[in-house]
Every structure is written in C-alpha cells, then in structure tokens.
Design a protein around this ligand. Structure first.
Ligand code: 6PG
Length: 243
C-alpha cells in the first residue's frame, strides 16, 4: 500500500490545500445526495486547518448539514478543559459554522472511560455505514503524529495495537498516565481516506520512512495505519517544497 506525501512550504499553504480537498469532498457528497462521515484529529496541528474551513472561500462552499463529525481520540477531561480535543475543534471550527448539533458526535471526556468507550463505539456504529467486517467505514479520518510515532491515542508498544474488530478503546498516555478514548486500528484502517497532518522539522524524517514503507519503522503506530481499501495521504510542511 503506497502512501502519498503532499509537501507544502508552510502550514498555511498546507491548511488551504487540505481545505480545498475537504470542500470538494463535501460537494461530491452533496451531488451524490449522501452524507460525509469524518473523524477529526486532536492536538495542535489541525487547528489552522479547522480555522481555514471557517473563512472564505470555504465557509460558503461547504454544506455542513452533509457532514457528521467524530473524533479519532479524546483526552478524558471535561469538554471545557484546555486539553480537550473537542474544545479545540469547537473554538476553531464548530462555533464558527452552521452544522446541525446532531451531526457533532463528541467523545464525552468527562465520563467514566470504559463506559464512554462502549458508548462511543455504539454511537459510531449507529451513524456510520458499515464497511469491511461490518465495522464502520468513515469517509475521511484526519490524524496527527507524535515524535514517537503515536497517532490518535495509539502509543508505541500499546496492547491496543493488536486489537481486532474494535472501534475504540481506553488508552493510557505513557508519560502522564492520562486516560484517553481512542479509535483503534480496525476502524481506522476501514476508512476510505486517511490524512495525516504533520508540521515542523522534527517529525519529517519519521514521516518519510513511514510513507516509504520502510520495514524498520513498522512498529510505530502511525506505520500501522494501512487501510484495507482506502488511501493514506501525508500532508506535511516542508520548507524545501516548491524549490
Ligand atoms: C492528541 C492527538 C495526537 C496528536 C499528536 C500530534 O489527542 O494529542 O490525537 O495523536 O495528533 O500528538 O500532536 P500535535 O499536532 O500537537 O503535534
């Protein structure tokens, strides 16, 4: 399975290019009279992409009533906590667009983690059409990557990497011990399209190795994102792009 690397000289060009792709995808769903099921990434990198979706030309191009928003992972904190991935997306995107409240499927970080993992799995299964193995098939999953190669809240050497047939699980951050709810590889690898958003120089060498399918990095969680039928694209900031 080959991954495509799309290089942009700065984060603004990256965000704009991805917003163009997103607007086109939603437009295609509208023309086909279907809905678009998307999982948002957490962390800091996606913020500019989300903000870009809320300004012209994109804000008037995107019919958000066609879009259902999910999250690839969430920290087990209340939604108003500054660490909340939902809070970041609410501030950068949701509060600035007109999307039906019923289309926003946040992970309840304030709930008891195991119970919330089961509840969220049921919600994803309820709304997202089933694909291979009767697992939900999201149209597009956005992911980030940590310097240690983690993605969503799937951390190196985690037992969660071996799960089969699941949609989400409870993870423990290896350094802080913070509980997280994360989508797991079976549902991630069931997606039609996956976009990694990675900025900064520190992560680029690992991105290059993972995208090239180098065997020495296969243990990294981000390298385990190998969709059965879908595509993986790496949207990365690379100052040498265009030179
Ligand atoms: C999270 C994310 C996590 C993030 C990476 C990159 O909840 O933190 O799901 O996987 O995408 O850690 O984070 P940055 O974009 O902040 O570098």
């Amino acid at each position: 399975m080959d991954s495509t690397i799309k290089r942009y000289s700065n984060s603004r060009e990256l965000a704009t290019a991805l917003a163009e792709e997103f607007a086109l995808t939603v437009r295609q769903a509208e023309l086909q009279d279907v809905e678009c099921f998307v999982a948002l990434a957490g962390g800091n990198t996606p913020r500019l992409f989300y903000e870009t979706l809320t300004v012209e030309p994109f804000v008037s191009m995107i019919n958000w009533s066609r879009v259902h928003l999910f999250w690839g992972d969430e920290r087990c904190v209340p939604p108003e906590d500054e660490q909340s991935n939902y809070r970041m997306a609410r501030e950068a995107l949701i509060d600035r667009i007109s999307i039906p409240a019923g289309n926003v499927h946040r992970i309840r970080g304030e709930a008891e983690p195991q119970r919330e993992a089961r509840r969220y799995e049921a919600e994803v299964r309820q709304y997202v059409p089933a694909g291979r193995g009767s697992l939900p098939q999201l149209d597009w999953i956005f992911l980030g990557m940590g310097e240690d190669g983690h993605t969503a809240s799937l951390f190196p050497e985690s037992a969660l990497l071996a799960q089969v047939g699941t949609v989400c699980a409870v993870a423990d951050h290896p350094q802080t011990g913070q509980k997280r709810i994360t989508m797991t590889l079976p549902v991630i690898n069931n997606a039609r399209r996956i976009a990694f958003l990675v900025t900064g120089d520190a992560k680029r060498p690992l991105v290059e190795k993972i995208a090239a399918g180098r065997p020495e990095v296969i243990a990294f969680p981000a390298a385990r994102v190998v969709p059965h039928d879908g595509v993986v694209e790496w949207y990365i900031e690379d100052p040498s792009a265009g030179r």
